[in-house]
Design a protein around this ligand. Structure first.
Ligand code: NAD
Ligand code: UDP
Length: 343
């Protein structure tokens, strides 16, 4: 399949939801997780019928409980490592199933790897059988510990195949290869989103990722756990922006099979993030420096030129604004209960 030539530039409006007919469904694997639950809600709000497929390992039914009453949502408890048969005609499949938090994906690394490889192949087979378009939730982790910044899609990455992050990074890289080969062999309409660190409401408070950890720790008055020096950088995208980007990419008709970065190009050190969270919460929590994690990328910042040119997409929510929403959400969720975070 030829590489896409960016030709169109569109205004930044919310994307319409496209299905091929009223009886057709959109499948979201990982639909009960953080990103998946927001995606299901947005698709349903746009008029779609959605089936979420989720093994409920890091996701939970509560994330999608509010969708049950819409009459346009079903949740199938199923592990995508195993094939699945769907009776309904399917317009599109968003393949999001996979734990995304390092402590979670390292708990059962072989299964994480199989989720990306066997799971992706099962979903590609389903897409082939249904003649459906399929989008893979890939990741900035395919760049590993990058030697260049920002990272454009053409950068091939610096990834350790033999370390604790490999089950995730190499699984996602393998999934991209499967998408590439299915598009070439069967003319399948494929999309690949390379997602950079995304945060927002409905992240699991005990998930172990940095934004949720810091917010929960600050609200609970616990030490803020900094791995290493805190000088490593990440670029944080608010969930609403990311979902907007995923839908635009799926709906894009220009045949863009090649990977597209989706993320917020504004880069922060982990220490800067910690200080922002402390200032916003007024917390008396102290910074606690812990050993650096093996293979932890030192920098990460997306080049989003392609997404901007091709999809008319760019993030609109600053970290300042997004953190306010996140803190309000976790403040409510934690309420009276005290939380111990994964560290
Ligand atoms: P999450 O852990 O909240 O959600 C993942 C969902 O997939 C959960 O509901 C989980 O139960 C389900 N799942 C896991 N393995 C499964 C399997 N074998 N079969 C069926 N369901 C399974 O993570 P998230 O942040 O919502 O991430 C969603 C997707 O986006 C993942 O594929 C992740 O790799 C990708 N991604 C996320 C980020 C981010 O910052 N959030 C960044 C890059 C890529
Ligand atoms: N991190 C940290 N303290 C925490 C959790 C994470 O210092 O309590 C750091 C982690 O070492 C990494 C960055 O924050 O450098 C982002 O970590 P996260 O797990 O959110 O995502 P990823 O490493 O996959 O980008």
């Amino acid at each position: 399949m030829p590489m896409p030539t960016p030709t169109t530039k569109r205004s930044h409006t919310l994307p319409a939801i496209i299905t091929r007919g009223p009886d057709e469904v959109i499948i979201v694997t990982g639909g009960a997780g953080f990103l998946g639950s927001h995606l299901c809600a947005r698709l349903i709000a746009g008029g779609a019928r959605v089936i979420a497929i989720d093994n409920l390992s890091t996701g939970k039914r509560a994330n999608v409980a509010h969708l049950a009453g819409t009459g346009r949502f079903d949740l199938i408890a199923h592990d995508i490592v195993m094939p699945i048969t769907i009776r309904e005609p399917v317009s599109a499949i968003y393949n999001l199933a996979c734990p995304a938090s390092p402590p979670k994906y390292q708990m059962n690394p072989v299964h994480t790897f199989r989720t990306s490889i066997d799971g992706a192949q099962n979903m590609l087979e389903l897409a082939k059988h249904k003649s459906a378009r399929i989008l893979q939730a890939s990741t900035s982790e395919v760049y590993g510990d990058p030697e260049m910044s920002p990272q454009p899609e053409s950068y091939c990455g610096a990834v350790n195949t033999y370390g604790p992050r490999a089950c995730y990074d190499e699984g996602k890289r393998g999934a991209e290869t499967l998408f590439y080969e299915y598009a070439r062999a069967y003319g399948l309409e494929t999309r690949i989103a390379r997602i950079f660190n995304t945060y927002g409401p409905r992240m699991d408070a005990l998930d172990g990722r940095v934004v949720s950890n810091f917010v929960v720790q600050a609200l609970a008055g616990q030490d803020i756990t900094i791995y290493g020096t805190g000088e490593q950088t990440r670029s944080f995208c608010y969930v609403d922006d990311l979902i907007d980007g995923l839908i635009r990419l799926m709906n894009n008709d220009d045949g863009v099979a090649a990977p597209v970065n989706l993320g917020n190009p504004r880069e922060f050190t982990v220490l800067e993030l910690a200080k922002m969270v402390l200032a916003k919460t007024g917390s008396a929590s102290q910074l606690r420096y812990l050993a650096a994690l093996q293979d932890d990328p030192k920098q990460r910042r997306p080049d989003i030129t392609l997404a901007h040119t091709l999809l008319g997409w760019q993030p609109t929510v600053s970290l300042n604004e997004g953190l306010d929403r996140m803190i309000a959400h976790f403040g409510q969720e934690l309420g009276q209960q005290s939380a111990r975070v994964v560290s």
